[in-house]
Design a protein around this ligand. Structure first.
Ligand SMILES: Cc1cc2nc3c(=O)[nH]c(=O)nc-3n(C[C@H](O)[C@H](O)[C@H](O)COP(=O)(O)OP(=O)(O)OC[C@H]3O[C@@H](n4cnc5c(N)ncnc54)[C@H](O)[C@@H]3O)c2cc1C
Length: 238
C-alpha cells in the first residue's frame, strides 16, 4: 500500500462548521468521481500498529482536472481528536492519503439518477454532478435531494437547478419533508438511487425506497460490495 504525504494548499470555509481542505495532488494519483480516501494525520504510523484515532475515511469532493484533492468535512466545537487536530492545520501542513477507491461512480445506463444525501454527504456527490455537467452521455437527468438541519446548504453554485442541463437540486431542513420527497422520487420505478450519509440514514432511506418497490440493484451506497449487500439484504428479509 502506497502512502502519499501531501500538503494542504487551500482551506475553504464553506459554512461556519464545514471546511474544504484542498490537498496537492501527488504525481500519478488519480481517481474516479465518487471516490474516497483514507486521510491520516502526522504520527498515525509512528507505532507498531496504525493509530486509528488519527485516520478517517473521506470522500474526494473534487475531480482530477481541478488539480487538488478536496476533502470536505464538518468540524463541530465538540469534536474528535482527529478533527481537533485537522482544525488547527493550515496551508503548507502535511497530511497522508492512501487507499483511493470509488464505490459510487456515476452509472451511465440511460436512467434518471437520484442523489440522496445528508449534510456533508453532498461532498461525495459534487464530483458526480461535475462529471455529468462535463459529459451527460447516457444519463437521462440528475436530481439531488439533501437534508441539512443547519440550513447552511453546501456547494450552492453547483447544486442549483439547471433545467437546460436536466439537473434539479433540492435542499430541505427536516426529516419529515425529506422522506416525503424521497417517496415522491421513488415513483420513478426505473431510477437509480444513490444514498450517502450515516448508517442510520442509509437504513431509513433503503426502507422507504424498498417500501415503494425500488429494487436493491437500483440502490447505490458508498460501501464495499459485502457491506452493501448486508444493508440491502436486511430490508429484503422483512
Ligand atoms: C466511504 C466514506 C466516506 C466518508 N466521507 C466523508 C466526508 O467526505 N466527509 C466527512 O466529514 N466524513 C466522511 N465520512 C465519515 C468520516 O470518516 C467520519 O466518520 C466522520 O466525519 C465523523 O468524524 P469523527 O469520528 O472524527 O467525529 P466528529 O465529526 O468529530 O464527531 C461526530 C459527532 O460526535 C460529536 N462529538 C465528537 N467528539 C465529542 C466530544 N468529545 N464530546 C461531545 N460530542 C462529541 C460531534 O459533535 C459530532 O456530532 C466518510 C465515511 C466513509 C465510510
Amino acid at each position: 500500500m502506497q502512502i502519499y504525504w501531501t500538503k494542504i494548499n487551500k482551506i475553504i470555509e464553506e459554512t461556519p462548521e464545514v471546511k474544504t481542505y484542498l490537498l496537492d495532488c501527488p504525481e500519478g494519483v488519480t481517481w474516479e468521481e465518487g471516490a474516497h480516501i483514507h486521510l491520516a494525520l502526522e504520527g498515525f504510523n509512528a507505532g507498531d500498529k496504525p493509530n486509528r484515532s488519527l485516520i478517517r475515511h473521506m470522500s474526494i469532493s473534487t475531480l482530477p482536472h481541478e488539480n487538488s484533492i478536496g476533502i470536505t468535512t464538518r468540524i463541530r466545537e465538540q469534536c474528535s481528536l482527529f478533527k481537533s487536530i485537522l482544525r488547527n492545520l493550515g496551508v503548507g501542513d502535511e497530511v497522508a492519503i492512501f487507499k483511493i477507491h470509488s464505490n459510487v461512480p456515476l452509472k451511465r445506463e440511460d436512467k434518471n439518477v437520484y442523489l440522496l444525501s445528508s449534510g456533508v454527504g453532498l461532498a461525495t456527490f459534487r464530483p458526480l454532478v461535475l462529471d455529468y455537467f462535463d459529459r451527460a452521455d447516457n444519463v437521462n437527468q440528475i436530481h439531488s435531494l439533501n437534508i441539512d438541519s443547519s440550513r447552511d446548504y453546501l456547494f450552492k453554485s453547483i447544486f442549483e437547478s439547471a433545467p437546460d442541463k436536466k439537473f434539479t437540486s433540492q435542499f430541505v431542513d427536516n426529516r419529515k419533508d425529506y422522506y416525503e420527497e424521497v417517496k415522491k422520487l421513488a415513483a420513478d420505478k426505473d431510477g437509480l438511487f444513490y444514498i450517502v450519509g450515516s448508517d442510520e440514514f442509509l437504513m431509513q432511506n433503503i426502507e422507504v425506497l424498498r417500501e415503494q418497490g425500488i429494487q436493491p440493484e437500483q440502490i447505490m451506497l458508498d460501501k464495499r460490495e459485502s457491506q452493501r449487500s448486508e444493508f440491502l439484504s436486511y430490508e429484503l428479509t422483512m
